[in-house]
Design a protein around this ligand. Structure first.
Ligand SMILES: NC(=O)c1ccc[n+]([C@@H]2O[C@H](COP(=O)([O-])OP(=O)(O)OC[C@H]3O[C@@H](n4cnc5c(N)ncnc54)[C@H](OP(=O)(O)O)[C@@H]3O)[C@@H](O)[C@H]2O)c1
Length: 286
């Protein structure tokens, strides 16, 4: 049994669920942070049954709503003295322009901004763990296909001009830039790494994708990695002693350290994204 608490976002499905199962088997105390409380509780009950680990809690978290992120942070801090591993895993893919509760483009809002706020709000609990804390951001190799379009993060260019694939790639680039900037700012207190899990047969593209995207994804799914294999690098970064002191890096699906795109290594861009994000979440910071 580990004396370590792990919070995983989007732990009721796909890679997040598989990550939770593997870490539950290792005896970690898990907090499943999910937007659908019924699905989260069902997952927690199944994990207890499957793994015999009873240290599995749930917390409501809708990353598309900054007030929900703040409430989840407050609840976590009230109930848990310490956070050892934060896995920012939840993600959404959408072909249609949709805005979050706070008016941000959905993929940027959920995949980056919600996690940015959650991480900043939970820093007090992470700094208690004395240099042993790990933050893990689940990105994607698709991060290399985009830049950050600061003039369109609220969908300003309209639905006609919306390119869902590009917006998804942009949000995954934001995950890498956030990893690097969090490491630069807090690298003496905690480690932060990000990863590409591989192409994994989950429901990611089936939820808000166009019919064509859903069809292509469904045909491809049987050839993709299983969610269990897709969880390999998240589990490695959360638990392996090999990466205890590694920070600010990007890992591939085989747990190898690789270089992200040149844009993802742009320090000025990482700083600008941090400033933008901090301003965007200012009213919800604890
Ligand atoms: N699958 C791939 O090939 C692949 C490749 C590269 C990177 N990734 C990344 O891997 C991560 C996990 O994706 P997946 O493939 O496992 O997809 P998935 O099966 O669709 O799981 C995504 C999880 O995120 C949750 N989520 C979505 N919107 C949310 C919100 N507003 N608030 C809180 N939780 C929310 C979902 O909750 P619900 O169940 O309620 O929808 C679900 O638990 C994502 O960050 C994704 O970008 C996936």
């Amino acid at each position: 049994m580990q004396d370590k608490t792990v919070l995983i976002t989007g732990a009721n499905d796909g890679i997040g669920r598989a990550t939770a199962e593997r870490l539950a088997e290792k005896g970690y105390h898990l907090v499943l942070a999910c937007r659908d409380e019924t699905k989260a509780q069902r997952t927690a009950d199944e994990l207890v049954r499957q793994t015999g680990n009873e240290l599995i809690d749930t917390i409501p978290l809708d990353l598309a709503d900054l007030s929900s992120v703040r409430a989840a942070s407050e609840l976590f801090l009230a109930e848990h003295p310490r956070l050892d591993v934060l896995i920012n895993n939840a993600g959404v893919y959408s072909d249609k322009l949709t805005l979050t509760q706070d008016g941000y483009e959905l993929q940027f809002g959920v995949n980056h901004l919600g996690h940015f706020l959650l991480t900043l709000n939970l820093l007090p609990a992470m700094q208690c763990s004395n240099l042993c804390t790990r933050v893990i951001n689940v990105s994607s190799a698709l991060h290399a296909k985009a830049g950050i379009d600061f003039g369109n993060l609220r969908g300003e260019r309209g639905a006609q001009a919306y390119d869902g694939g590009k917006a998804y790639a942009q949000s995954k680039l934001a995950n890498v830039l956030f990893t690097k900037e969090l490491d630069r700012r807090h690298g003496t207190e905690l480690t932060t790494n990000c990863l590409h899990p591989g192409v994994v047969g989950t429901s990611l593209a089936n939820k808000h994708g166009k019919l064509l995207t859903k069809t292509i994804w469904s045909l491809y799914k049987p050839f993709a990695r299983t969610p269990k294999r897709g969880a390999d690098t998240s589990v490695y970064l959360a638990s392996s002693p090999e990466v205890r002191e590694v920070s600010g890096r990007y890992f591939n699906p085989s747990q190898c350290l690789v270089k992200p795109s040149p844009t993802a290594c742009n320090e000025q861009l990482a700083g600008r994204l941090w400033d933008y994000s901090e301003e965007a979440v200012r009213d919800y910071l604890l």
